[in-house]
Design a protein. Structure first.
Length: 476
């Protein structure tokens, strides 16, 4: 008796016992290879071969594009054997597979296993295995041997787990934008713990900054030795304590010796006190912090502001906070960023001051007091990031569900939002302070290394964009 089955999804999975199987029986499944399949297999196997992961590398090879891991096709053979023929209870013993041609993203393949022989003594079954693409080309050929179940099994089909891949490609794109550009001289203020000194040297090794390490020299050298990093190639500016380091870092920027300012291990309040002092780095714009949140499950980079500097901003201060974030979004390539002014609800409620501010900010944007973006609010968080939630609430808005920038009511809510996205949603959070004479890099001890590097990359892009605008103005 010859039979053929596919992966139509019955309610139960039922096996074929050794006695029920005959030579010539077959089963098959069909699958289309996606980029997500490649990323999942790489995460599971640890195989990061650039031929399978890096389009630029693959383009210069014989294949000219990314191809599937060889054993991705092999794993589908295993799935047919374990789910269909023989099915549940099967023990995979051996395989001999030959890879005839690559499988490319977008290829639809048929995976066919056919019973070639049976060993009645040990209840073993040998299968001929064929994986064929949509053009009829055999991409994998070979055999597999299994120990077939001798007892009937019928079980409910379990739901597959949801899998989220945190690949953070948006931060990689940021790094690609600064690749090959000159490193920026950067005053690193009081890098006197392992995290701070390592963050500075990581950014230097990435070619982003040329650190000027400002703080107690003996302490910085001791910390560097403990952290296992070499700071001898870099300039050290000796200061007696963190307060003096902050003042000296600002002075280096004022003199033009440094083009960026980076916080080390001192407290943010102490660091920013030197920045906003009378002879500091203020401009006519309110300083504000912007988090760049790379959330794996979200479709776009989210800018969250302000979650680090302005505790309870006034309406005028929120106007500057929004304008700073819009300017940053422009630098990132978002031509007309969509700005959601957040509150707990999406209607104006006199008892909730954040909704009043949101309505006023929208009117300010209409009248040209905020430029370069589309502003809407009040919007609850779900309505700002989910088109489905916005549709369910009947919200008709250019911003709802499509926000690039999330403006929080105050620092407390912003800090909680950013940390929830980081620790519960797997986001990386780069951060930069806008509105000063130079971009200011704020990093946290809890930041992942790629987030610290991304913070530096954003600051470098901002500084270079500012310099280019000055050159253009002078030439004009």
């Amino acid at each position: 008796m010859n039979s053929a089955s596919t992966v139509a999804t019955p309610a139960c999975i039922e096996n074929r016992t050794f006695d029920e199987i005959e030579v010539g029986d077959s089963a098959r499944t069909t699958r289309t290879l996606s980029q997500r399949d490649i990323e999942l297999f790489a995460a599971m196997s640890g195989d990061m071969n650039p031929l399978e992961m890096d389009p630029d590398y693959a383009r210069n090879t014989l294949f000219h594009h990314v191809v599937a891991h060889g054993m991705w096709g092999g794993s589908l053979i295993s799935a047919v054997l374990g789910m269909q023929l023989p099915g549940p209870g099967t023990i995979y013993l051996s395989q001999d597979l030959h890879f005839q041609a690559p499988i490319n993203v977008g290829d639809t393949i048929d995976v066919i296993v056919t019973v070639a022989a049976k060993d009645s003594l040990q209840h073993r079954v040998t299968f001929h295995c064929c994986v064929r693409n949509q053009y009829g080309v055999d991409v994998i050929l070979g055999t597999a041997e299994v120990q077939s179940p001798t007892e009937k099994v019928c079980c409910s089909r379990a739901d597959l787990p949801d899998v989220q891949i945190a690949d953070h490609r948006r931060f990689r794109q940021l790094l690609a934008q600064v690749k090959g550009r000159p490193a920026m001289p950067t005053a690193v203020v009081h890098p006197c713990d392992d995290n701070a000194i390592v963050a500075a040297i990581e950014a230097a090794n990435a070619g982003l900054i040329e650190p000027i390490l400002v703080g107690p020299a003996a302490r910085m050298m001791a910390v560097a030795k403990h952290a296992g990093v070499d700071i001898t190639p870099y300039r050290l500016v000796d200061t007696p304590h963190s307060h003096a380091a902050a003042a000296q870092g600002v002075a280096l920027v004022k003199s033009g010796e440094a083009k960026l300012l980076m916080k080390g291990s001192l407290h943010t309040d102490e660091f920013m006190h030197a920045v906003v002092a009378e002879n500091g780095l203020r401009t006519g714009r309110r300083l504000s912090h912007v988090y760049l949140m790379d959330v794996p499950s979200h479709t776009r980079l989210l800018l969250v502001t302000d979650a680090a500097i302005n505790i309870a901003p006034t309406l005028d201060e929120k106007r500057d906070i929004i304008q700073n974030a819009i300017d940053l979004a422009h630098m990132l390539g978002v031509a007309v960023p969509k700005v959601a002014v957040l509150s707990a609800v999406e209607t104006v409620n006199p008892a909730m001051p954040s909704t009043i501010d949101a309505a006023a900010l929208c009117k300010m944007a209409e009248r040209g007091q905020i430029t370069g973006g589309v502003v809407d609010g009040p919007l609850a968080f779900d309505n700002a990031v989910s088109t489905l939630a916005a549709r369910e609430k009947g919200i008709n808005s250019e911003v709802a569900g499509m926000a690039d920038i999330l403006v929080v009511p105050d620092l407390e809510s912003g800090n909680m939002l950013a940390k929830q996205l980081t620790f519960l949603a797997g986001a990386d959070a780069a951060g930069v302070v806008m509105g000063a004479q130079v971009p200011i890099i704020l990093t946290s001890r809890a930041d992942a290394p790629r987030a610290r590097i991304a913070s530096c990359a954003v600051a470098v892009l901002l500084a270079q964009a500012a310099r280019n605008s000055v050159v253009t103005a002078v030439d004009g």
